[in-house]
Design a protein around this ligand. Sequence first.
Ligand code: NAD
Length: 252
Amino acid sequence: MNIDLSGRTAVITGGGHGLGQEMSRAFAALGATVWTCDLDQKELDETRDLCGDRCEVRVVDVRERGDVSAFVAEASKESGRIDVLVNNAGGVAGQTGKPLEEITEEEWRVIFDVNLNGAFYFSQAAIPGMKGSGWGRIINISSGAGLRVSLTGIQAYASAKAGLIGFTRQLASELGPWGITVNCVAPGFIRCNPMTERQWQSYGTEGQEKLVASIATRRLGRPEDIAHAVLFFASDFASWITGQTLAVDGGR
Ligand code: NAD
């Protein structure tokens, strides 16, 4: 199976590092024109260097609806549409787990804003162009925390990621008649940023061994494991698959 994304325009949110950076690199390597956004220009520049000349980067906060619309409009300018949207930006916003009665409203909201509301804004902006062309792919990045419980114990994160799974299912049903598929990838634990690195170190040797032993394939995931699943959903090979959530976690 050779995936060819030549002529496709892909918007990938949160491409400054981690999984989004690897997805951006992988999409560009298979011929797509990649537009990615994040909060830090320096990190975005690094992504652009990795992707070569088929990549545009912009500082956009996915929580800002107006900026999201403007970014999608700019990415759509050349062809009148974007073909693939990957709602990847997310995470725990620097938080650590604590009892629910200690969570402030702001802490709860910020996690929903980044992980769920951003996907709503981006999807809303991208859909008209996809409907016009009769082809589109939306891929949401949830988490094992949305399927089971969060390893970090962050309630809002587990809830927002579970929300993305519901959003995926509902949107798939709505958009199928226009040739648009909507799927979701739920990654397992991957060491690819300071937060996950801190989490990994906090387990100690024994905890780390226990985590790896709980994975069927007995290894941690790598960013490319997630990118490969996303590429498949973005490709023509996945045209009769929609509304699905694929756990990419080495098996539990
Ligand atoms: P990461 O922190 O390395 O990357 C997320 C990116 O999103 C960062 O570059 C960050 O700056 C960006 N971002 C955060 N808030 C933003 C905002 N408001 N506007 C624009 N960009 C913003 O994290 P990652 O591990 O690469 O995670 C990518 C996605 O995968 C996230 O949605 C995360 O929840 C999910 N995920 C990761 C893991 C893991 O173990 N790494 C596991 C399950 C799910």
